[in-house]
Design a protein around this ligand. Structure first.
Ligand code: PNS
Length: 166
């Protein structure tokens, strides 16, 4: 069974991420979405919330039956080993992504040569899209409906409202 891991912060998951998930899930028997739980970073959503948001999106897409969502801490390559994954999936939007991703992919391959990184070029309509931009727009009350899956738009605005009311 070929197992792939699509790792990321997913803070929050965007339509660009979903596009990669749909395409990558056709490449492997099981795709694990690995949600990075990094105590050094200060994400908008906790790892548990990000997992729940992604699970909601996966459930809505009835063709994504072999997709699982798991939070992880520490090295990605260790997580890949634990999950018996042989493929790491990453999306590339631009040449700037490539420079960073190439280095990480080579480093991960050096750490475990049985695990290969496979890159998906982002669909053109999502090439500009990032979770950071979504957060910035939402924080000013802008319209994020074209950027994140419908089922989590409200959760993003609610999160900013809850932060403001503290
Ligand atoms: O969505 P992101 O923030 O671009 O995802 C980055 C991610 C999670 C893939 C990367 O930070 C990662 O793999 N972190 C785990 C620690 C690790 O293994 N680092 C690479 C060692 S060279």
């Amino acid at each position: 069974m070929k197992i792939g891991i699509y790792p990321g912060s997913f803070d929050p998951i965007t339509r660009g991420h979903l596009d990669i998930i749909v395409r990558a899930s056709g490449l492997v028997d099981k795709l694990i979405i690995g949600v990075l739980q990094n105590s050094a970073k200060k994400p908008l959503f906790t790892a548990e919330e990000r997992v729940e948001l992604i699970e909601r999106v996966v459930k809505e897409n009835t063709n994504l039956t072999s997709v699982q969502v798991i939070a992880f801490e520490g090295l990605l390559i260790e997580f890949a080993r634990q999950q018996q994954a042989s493929i790491i999936v990453r999306g590339l939007r631009a040449i700037t992504d490539f420079e960073y991703e190439l280095q990480i992919a080579q480093m991960n391959h050096k750490l475990d040569s049985k695990v290969d990184t496979v890159f998906f070029t982002t669909s053109v309509e999502y090439s500009y899209l990032s979770s950071s931009a979504v957060k910035e727009i939402a924080s000013y009350g802008g319209d994020i409906s074209q950027f994140v899956p419908d089922c989590l738009i409200k959760s993003v605005y609610d999160k900013y409202n809850s932060i403001r009311s503290v």
